[in-house]
Design a protein around this ligand. Structure first.
Ligand code: SF4
Length: 294
């Protein structure tokens, strides 16, 4: 279900990711006020120059939040976690795909990965300082959507809900290997809707924050709109011609282009009547703060 293609692992493709090339591209780059420095992958923590790169960014951009999107496995090595926790103002976004070894490892197809990820999360939570935070990410795919409640229950029991900054339920991006394996992991918004609704209903008050990522607003019930975040890059999404008549377009993420090519565009329905009052969110990324019951 990874959004990168297999070719990403080749030596040729990896050249731009050597520390030397990264430095050249990133030295004193202008950024927007809300931008963060995000290390995604593949798996950034196994980059051979990971620590050199991350320390360089910390020094070059001392005030920016650094985000590490990870499978969490390297954090099972305590010394590795202690080393990375020397970096201030850092957010770890760790993916969990199941509620036990069998359900998680059947997605990662790496035996032992659940054990390592769980251990890694414990290490982060035990040793992190106040400026260091953790998000647990659950990618919603055909393999996981029916287990959301069980995964959230596991997270609460295992780690304690209040220690985690937020839980993010992320609808799968159907690109890269996820696109190659679309028959196995691909799913429609329609199918996952009631599971997302139950997950938010049952768990949003237990955790400090619950976020929905990659959901166009018309694919979730109105009551869930304040949980929706806009985190896909502009070039990855599109709007349909019918979206022009939608009252919610200015708050909506748009639709991932690859979703349309694989699953079609039938389920996206413009919102034409809106009697409820919308309170604007804190930023472009969090477009809706609240919605009146109306
Ligand atoms: S119709 Fe288009 S703009 Fe409106 S909520 Fe759906 S995807 Fe967003």
């Amino acid at each position: 279900m990874c959004t990168n293609s297999l070719s990403f692992q080749s030596e040729k493709e990896s050249v731009p990711y050597a520390f030397k090339s990264i430095k050249q591209r990133w030295v004193r780059r202008a950024m927007g006020p809300e931008d963060v420095i995000s290390f995604s992958g593949g798996e950034p923590t196994i980059h051979p120059e990971f620590f050199e790169i991350i320390h360089w960014f910390r020094a070059e951009y001392p005030k920016r939040t650094i985000v590490v999107v990870s499978n969490g496995r390297m954090f099972s090595y305590l010394q590795f976690t202690r080393n990375i926790l020397k970096i201030s103002n850092i957010l770890f976004e760790v993916a969990l795909h199941g509620y036990d070894e069998k359900s998680h490892d059947s997605v990662t197809r790496a035996p032992g990965s659940f054990r390592q990820t769980v251990q890694g999360i414990h290490h982060i939570l035990r040793h992190k300082k106040a400026s260091q935070e953790l998000e647990i990410r659950i990618v919603v795919t055909k393999l996981t959507y029916k287990h959301l409640g069980k995964i959230l229950s596991f997270v609460e029991k295992e780690f304690g809900a209040q220690k985690i900054r937020d839980i993010a339920l992320i609808f799968i991006e159907m690109e890269g290997q996820a696109q190659d394996n679309a028959r196995v992991v691909g799913i429609s918004y329609e199918k996952v809707k009631k599971y997302i609704e139950s997950a938010v209903h049952d768990w949003s008050s237990s955790f400090r924050e619950l976020r929905l990522l990659h959901f166009p607003l018309c694919t979730i019930p109105q009551i869930l709109w304040p949980y929706a975040w806009r985190t896909l890059r502009e070039e990855e999404v599109t709007f349909l011609s019918r979206c022009a008549s939608c009252l919610m377009k200015k708050y909506c993420l748009g639709i991932h282009k690859d979703y349309i090519s694989i699953m079609g565009k039938g389920e996206f329905k413009p919102v034409r009547n809106m009697k409820k009052k919308i309170e604007k969110g804190i930023s472009f990324y969090k477009p809706i703060k609240s919605i009146s019951r109306g």
